[in-house]
Design a protein. Sequence first.
Length: 212
Amino acid sequence: MRIALINENSQAAKNAVIFKALKKVVEPMGFEVVNYGMYTAEDKAQLTYVQNGILAATLLNSGAADYVITGCGTGEGAMLALNSFPGVICGHVEDALDAYTFAQINDGNAIAIPFAKGFGWGGDLNLEYIFEKLFCEPSGQGYPRERAVPEQRNKKILDEVKKVTYQDFVTILNKLDRELVKGSFAGEHFSEYFFRDAKDEKIKEAVKNLLA
């Protein structure tokens, strides 16, 4: 599994702490972490939480990433932005219990963490506990286990609903404000990582044209 980390501008200063905690937990599991930034609050490319949504959806729909870790001050804006797009199911996760139940019940592919809420002494440990419970078992098994069948059925229903209620992702990219989208892809290492890892040729071509 390839996991992408994305930070918006208000919480960019925590990127190194988040990246370290994520790598510490998931690399022994055999997962890869790709850090799309922001890397510091002073980065030239300043991402808003709305642009986090555009970037995350591009990575997930293209196959450049299998999972996205992101957030903002409260986590709410990032969650709403990511869930604005097809191919994304993003949960709001504050602690290890949230992480485990979201993974097992909702079987999503992204989480939004409130990086400014209660992030003081021990904040790095809370992140580690979140990541441990998020990825400790294959997702979508249900919790409690006796609820697995209806929960899995509901997830499939949600997937089918999203296919109807959202447009094709390339169409969405091309209809959005061009400068907003280009700003989402302005990170220092975006082109290096994205064009190396993305699998969907139509999305890759659309991104290439938007950046031209």
